[in-house]
Ligand binder design. Structure first.
Ligand code: F6R
Length: 604
């Protein structure tokens, strides 16, 4: 959603605030701002748009502060503008906020009645105004607690108070906030990446916590106002992990990171010497009679792919639902259901709410997450990690394939635990899975061919993606990738559904991307393709060598590696990701930061 940084430093902080905001820009980039203590008073600088716009403002008017806060915004209440940009100021208070204050309208009215006027349309300014009101009668920490007690909704905040030169206060509920411990300096940030360049010693605040930091220490309080200790951990969010290297965009780098990401992920699940899969946390799949996967967007497509394997290999009924629907539907879950949340960030508001709902029903919960210190990772009964490393491109790539790799390994574990496969078959499956990093690398070799197709695809108004079986969710993912970064309308369909309506869309202008490596359903997909070709559709078939030999006349064919159907969703992900990538580059779109999107959607 939005990104927050706070530094109580011993030297100027402007450059470090900007460096950190650039690392946080993946969370939102509608506007950005910083504030700091200059000669005993808080000053702020803000700009609409990306961090570079703020840098231009700072070039003209530097912020000469060694204590400061910063924010990069994904707009919820109020259009993207300088007026609505954080930090928000009111009297003695200057504040940055990530989240949504649900009762802001009511609080705003009450504050207006007290004679206060508002500068912005945001919910966040209400917090600043309330706190300033409380400061009239209370010292800072008491005033903060009294303010937080009046808020309904989600927040992570960092606050400067005029007259308290070496203090930053913070608080979290529903949105993450970490405390960084440096050498004579202290930090607050939305995540480990925010403070990564300055320290790797981090404490994660818990729900309802609030905190005061100065040069040397953090005083943390729980929701009830009791002083608490939160463990300080050493994390591995090294600065190097978030560099683009020689790539033009993070997305391009992350597509090429996938062999490593999947290998690291699989090694958390597979013991190569025994050929056995271990579900971290030693979960016994035999105790469950159903799997319910909840997730959003790309992560939900990873779940849909896994469904094929949980059911086919393990005979374990598996349902997958987007979390925003699941959480409000009052689903009829049964006691033997294992609830699995899938999320790169581990902070997506709907997925987190669905996970909490499952927990409240008494279900065992597991979280397949990439950010291992995230709220989902900490709240689920079991953490099933992916090891993709930080994913910065807003469009998910390596996190997706890592989720598919982890879930496929878990489906094999379930099959073994439920007696559906013996140890020899388990070892065969794990050997196959361990081949996937090499095959994923081989699949990226279609890059040049795909780049050559991009100019033509970039001219399309609509693009259709078709697949069957586990290639159907991959078709949905291909369409989502194209939509989100190139702004071309795209839809994914189950190939067999085409003639029940969507075939009416086919004309010479609409490219049809068919993802069909050879499998038991290949002939049926070929028939569907022929139906399209017969109506003048432009077919681009992504398949393997055997599939290429059976391609219908007139189809453009991209040949990927030959692999077992178990690996096909992993191996055929890079070609569709590269397709979206090169079309977006061709269109001159902002690949890593597409319009209207944010990496981590921590509001509903
Ligand atoms: C698309 C994309 C989103 C996310 C979704 C869930 O490329 O990245 O659809 O997959 O917002 O996010 P996480 O996985 O962080 O829960």
């Amino acid at each position: 959603m939005c990104g927050i940084i706070g530094i109580v430093g011993t030297r100027p902080v402007q450059e470090r605030l900007i460096d950190s905001l650039k690392r946080l820009e993946y969370r939102g980039y509608d506007s950005a701002g910083v504030a700091g203590v200059v000669d005993g008073h808080v000053e702020r600088r803000r700009a609409k748009g990306k961090i570079r716009a703020l840098e231009e403002v700072l070039a003209g008017e530097p912020l000469k502060a060694s204590v400061g806060i910063g924010h990069t915004r994904w707009a919820t209440h109020g259009e993207p503008s300088t007026r609505n940009a954080h930090p928000h100021a009111s009297g003695r208070v200057t504040l940055v906020h990530n989240g949504i204050i649900e009762n802001y309208a009511e609080l705003r009215e009450a504050l207006k009645k007290k004679g206060r006027s508002f500068e912005s349309e945001t919910d966040s300014e209400v917090i600043a105004q309330l706190l300033d009101e409380e400061l009239k009668t209370k010292p800072p920490l008491e005033a903060l607690k009294a303010t937080l007690d009046q808020l309904t909704g989600a927040y992570a905040i960092a606050v400067l108070i005029d007259g308290c030169d070496e203090l930053i206060m913070g608080a979290r509920r529903g949105s993450p906030l970490v405390v960084g411990y440096g050498d004579g300096e202290m930090f607050l940030g939305s995540d480990a990446l925010a403070v990564g360049p300055f320290t790797n010693r981090i404490a994660y605040l818990e729900e309802g916590d609030y905190v005061a930091i100065d040069h040397k220490q953090a005083q943390i309080f729980d929701e009830a106002g009791n002083p608490v200790e939160r463990p300080v951990r050493t994390v591995a969010a090294s600065a190097a992990l978030v560099e683009k290297g020689n790539y033009r965009h993070f997305m391009e780098k992350e597509i090429h990171d996938q062999p490593d990401a999947c290998q690291h992920t699989l090694s958390a699940y597979i013991d190569p010497t025994t050929g056995r899969v271990h579900a971290p946390g030693r979960l016994d799949f035999a105790q469950y009679d159903r799997v319910q996967i909840v997730a959003c967007g790309t992560a939900s497509y990873a779940g849909q792919i896994a469904r094929y394997f949980f059911e086919r290999l393990a005979g374990l009924p598996c349902e997958v639902e987007v979390a925003s629907e699941f959480r409000y539907r009052q689903p009829a879950v049964t006691k033997g259901t294992l609830a699995v949340a899938v999320s790169q960030s581990g902070e997506t508001a709907d997925t987190l709410a669905a996970l909490r709902w499952c927990k409240a029903q008494g279900l065992t919960t597991a979280a397949v997450v990439n950010v291992h210190e995230s709220t989902m990772a900490r709240e689920a009964d079991l953490l099933w990690p992916t090891h993709a490393g930080p994913e910065i491109g807003v469009a998910s790539t390596k996190a997706f394939t890592s989720q598919v790799a982890a879930l496929t390994a878990l489906a094999v574990a379930a099959a073994a635990a439920r007696g559906r496969i013996d140890t020899d078959e388990e070892a065969r499956f794990t050997r196959l899975l361990l081949e996937s990093p090499r095959l994923i690398a081989e699949a990226t070799q279609v890059e040049e061919e795909i780049r050559a197709l991009a100019p033509e695809l970039a001219r399309a108004r609509d693009v259709l993606y078709l697949g069957r079986g586990a290639m159907y969710p991959l078709a949905l993912e291909g369409a989502l990738k194209l939509k989100e970064i190139s702004y071309i309308h795209a839809e994914g369909y189950a190939a067999g559904e085409l003639k029940h309506g969507p075939i009416a869309l086919i004309d010479e202008e609409t490219p049809i991307i068919v993802i069909a490596p050879t499998d038991a359903l290949f002939d049926k997909t070929i028939s569907n393709m022929s139906e399209v070709a017969a109506r003048g559709g432009k077919v681009i078939l992504i398949t393997d060598e055997a599939g290429a030999r059976n391609a219908p006349d007139g189809a453009r064919v991209i040949v990927g590696p030959t692999c077992d159907p178990l690996l096909a969703p992993l191996v055929y992900a890079p070609p569709i990701q590269l397709m979206a990538y090169y079309v977006a580059v061709q269109k001159g779109a902002d690949v890593d930061q597409p319009r209207n999107l944010a990496k981590s959607v921590t509001v509903e």
